[in-house]
Design a protein. Structure first.
Lengths: 344, 344
C-alpha cells in the first residue's frame, strides 16, 4: 500500500509514538530562557573528557542512555540507532554507537539531522521494521568552531550574521506497533526536503542559506497534505536564527502563504536570550534536538500543543567547498507531530 | 505487522526490485579485470571539472542520471535519493542532490554507505514510502588521499597494508509496489550492523579494522534468518582487501562458521589485478558500489547468480580521531538479493 502523499510527503498511518526523550546541554545554554527545562547540564566544555570531540561524543552517549532509562528500558531493547552530527565522518555518532552497541545507521543532514532521523525513524517504525528505535544528534561549540571556522585560541571576532553553535544533544525514542499505543505524542507525516541553493556564499550567514530550503519544505508539506498554518499550533524550525527566520517569512509571503508570525518558533532564535550576545542566535545539530526534547515534545505530550510541524534545516557546505568558491546548499526535512489524547 | 527477524534483520516481504543500475569509474579501474563491465570511464581524474572534489561530484551526478535513463525514466520520476560519500560533510552527495533536484536524505557509513542506502531504500520501498528511489555513492582517489592521508604532490610511499581508493560511482534504482514486479533482481532482507572495534589503530590497515564488523554482520544475518553459506551463491563484501578478507575468514572460522572460500567475493580484492600494484586492494565508497553495478547485479538479473548476501563495510574513523589516538571502529550493513524468474 502506497503511503505517499504528493511529491515529497508520506503519511504514517499507524502513528509511531514518542516513547521518551532526553536533552543535555552546556553551561551557556543552561543560562538561556529554556535553561530549566533541559534534563542535564554538563559541568564544563570538557565534560570530563580529554578533548572537545570526546566531550561531544560523551554528551550524545549520555543523552541516549538517559532517554532509554526515562523510558524504563534497557539499551539492549533498542533495535536501531539513527544518528549523526556535524563533525567530519560523524565521529560523535559513530563512536557513540560503538559504546552503546545498538545497530546503527549513520545519517548526515548537517543541522537538519534530527528531523531527518525522525523522518526515517518514523517510516521504519510505521513500516514494521523497528518497534523501538532512538533518533539522536549533538553538536558542541568548541568542536564546531575549530572544524568549521577558526581555532578558539585565535579569539577571532564574529560577524553580526554569525550564529552560535549550541553545545547540546537530544535523543528521542520512537515506538512502532503495539508499543506506540501508549504514547501521548505521535508522528503522522514526513516530508523529505530538496537541496536548494540561492547563491549565498557567506559561511557566516547560514540562516540566509537555509531559509529557502525551509520555505520550500513548508510549502511542499502544505501542498502535499492540503494543510496550512491554520492546522498547526506551531511550525518549529531548527536554527534559522533571527536573520534566517525573517527571510523565511519574506520567502513564504512571496509564495502567497499567509504567515502568522507568532506560530513560527525557531529553536535558534529561542535557545539564547538577546543579552547572551550570540548575534543571530543558536545553531548546530544539538540546537533543534535539545529544544524539541526540552520544550516542544513535553508540550505536545501535555496537550498544550496539539499539532506541530517540525523541520530542522541544514547547510550542506564544507570548508573545502567554501574555499573552492561554492555557494551554500540548504536542506530541510519535516515531520508532523500530534498530541494523542489518552484512549484515542 | 512486524517485519523483524531476530536482533538485527528485517524481511522485505513485498520484494522491492532493482529497476536499473549504472557505474562510472576512472582509468585505473578500467584497466582492472572488470574494466569492460563498467558503463562509463572518465577521461582523467579531473573529469572535466576544476577540482578533484567537483570531479567526484560530477561522476556521482552522471551515475544517477545514467541509471535513471537506463530505466527509461526521468529524474522527476525519482521520489527519493539516498546517498553519501567519504568527503567531509558528504559534499559529493549534497551538491549532486542540488543539481539533480531529487528529495534527498544524506547517509554516512563510510565505505558501507552503498549497502546502508540499499538497506534503508529497501525498507522504504517495501513499506510503501517510495515507489521509485535511487541509492548512490562515490569515491575518488585524489580527494580521499588529500583528505585522509597526505597531499598527492608529496609522493608519500604507501604501506604494504594500504588500499587504493577507487575512483568510481554506482547508482541503483529501486522500485516498490507494482513497479517492482517486473524486476529480475529483488531485495529480500536487510541486516543493520553494529559498530565494532577490536583496537586497530593503524589508519593504513582498514581491512583489519573492518573485518570484525563484516564477521559480526554475516553471523547476525545467518542467526536471524537461519541461513548459512549453503543458501548463497556468493557473500559479497565491500572493500576488505586481501588482508581484511583473510582476517574475515579467520574470524568466521573462530565462530565455528564453515567458510567455502570460493563463495567470498570481496570487491576490493577483485577490482584491481595484482599487477596494478594497489597493495591490499581497492577501497572507498565507490568500490563496492561500482562493482555491484558492473558485475553482481547483472549476474543476478541474468540468473547466473541466484542469491547473494551483499555487505559493504565502513571504517568510521576520521583524521581527528586517529590523531587523538583512538582506534578504528568498523560497521557493515547487509542486504540479501535474489534473482526472480520471469513470471515468478
Amino acid at each position: 500500500m502506497s503511503k505517499r502523499m504528493g511529491a515529497q510527503t508520506v503519511s504514517l498511518p499507524s502513528r509511531p509514538g514518542v516513547l521518551a526523550f532526553a536533552s543535555i546541554v552546556g553551561q551557556k545554554e543552561s543560562e538561556g530562557p529554556y535553561g530549566g527545562k533541559f534534563d542535564r547540564i554538563i559541568e564544563d566544555e570538557m565534560n570530563g573528557q580529554k578533548s572537545f570531540e570526546a566531550a561531544e561524543r560523551a554528551m550524545l552517549e549520555d543523552a541516549v542512555r538517559l532517554c532509554v532509562s526515562k523510558a524504563g528500558r534497557q539499551l539492549s531493547d533498542v533495535q536501531l540507532l539513527l544518528a549523526g552530527d556535524l563533525l567530519n565522518q560523524i565521529i560523535s555518532a559513530g563512536f557513540a554507537a560503538r559504546s552503546l552497541a545498538i545497530p546503527f545507521y549513520g545519517l548526515y543532514g548537517a543541522c537538519s539531522t534530527i528531523s531527518e532521523s525522525l523522518s526515517i525513524g518514523g517510516m521504519l517504525a510505521d513500516g514494521g521494521f523497528a518497534d523501538v528505535l532512538v533518533c539522536a544528534t549533538c553538536s558542541h561549540f568548541c568542536t564546531a568552531e575549530r572544524q568549521y571556522r577558526t581555532p578558539l585560541e585565535l579569539g577571532t571576532q564574529r560577524t553580526p550574521t554569525a550564529q552560535w553553535t549550541v553545545t547540546g544533544s537530544g535523543a528521542v525514542m520512537l515506538a512502532g506497533g503495539a508499543a506506540a499505543k501508549s504514547c501521548a505524542a505521535v508522528l503522522t507525516h514526513a516530508t523529505c526536503g530538496k537541496v536548494l541553493d540561492l547563491g549565498i556564499t557567506d559561511a557566516n550567514n547560514m540562516g540566509a542559506a537555509m531559509a529557502p530550503a525551509a520555505c520550500d519544505t513548508i510549502a511542499a508539506h502544505f501542498a502535499d497534505t492540503g494543510r496550512g498554518f491554520d492546522d498547526f499550533d506551531l511550525v518549529v524550525t531548527g536554527d534559522l536564527g533571527h536573520l534566517g527566520r525573517d527571510l523565511l517569512i519574506e520567502l513564504l509571503r512571496e509564495k502567497g502563504v499567509k504567515v502568522p508570525e507568532e506560530k513560527l518558533f525557531d529553536c535558534g532564535c529561542e535557545i539564547f536570550s538577546p543579552r547572551q550576545d550570540t548575534h543571530s542566535g543558536g545553531s548546530g545539530c544539538g540546537c533543534a534536538a535539545s529544544m524539541i526534547c526540552a520544550h516542544i515534545l513535553p508540550e505536545l505530550e501535555a496537550g498544550h500543543l496539539n499539532r506541530v510541524l517540525f523541520l530542522a534545516t541544514g547547510a550542506l557546505l564544507s570548508p573545502t567547498t567554501t574555499m573552492q568558491g561554492e555557494s551554500i546548499p540548504g536542506v530541510a526535512h519535516a515531520v508532523a507531530l500530534e498530541h494523542r489524547k489518552a484512549g484515542a
